[in-house]
Ligand binder design. Structure first.
Ligand SMILES: [Zn+2]
Length: 83
């Protein structure tokens, strides 16, 4: 199977902040916003809701080489935080 040189793949990411200690995490938006999963902070062990602690949502684009390995990662879209 041959991949094209300009093959790309995408990841929808949410940047969230622990409301207790302020530690910032990147998680998949699917996990944070669609499942609305509770997240345990690795620093202070507070359990919080990622959707309520959203800073911003980003679309990352991974530019791939001919065997599918990542050459470069770019932020290609920013979704405003919901009010
Ligand atoms: Zn914390």
């Amino acid at each position: 199977m041959n991949l094209k040189m300009d093959e790309k793949t995408f990841l929808d990411v949410s940047i969230i902040r622990c409301p207790n200690c302020g530690k910032i995490y990147a998680e998949t938006s699917w996990y944070v916003l669609e499942l609305e999963s509770d997240i345990e902070c690795g620093v202070c062990h507070e359990i919080f809701n990622g959707a309520e602690s959203l800073i911003e949502r980003l679309m990352l684009t991974f530019e791939l080489d001919e065997v599918g390995k990542v050459r470069e990662v770019k932020v290609t879209d920013r979704v405003e935080k919901k009010p």
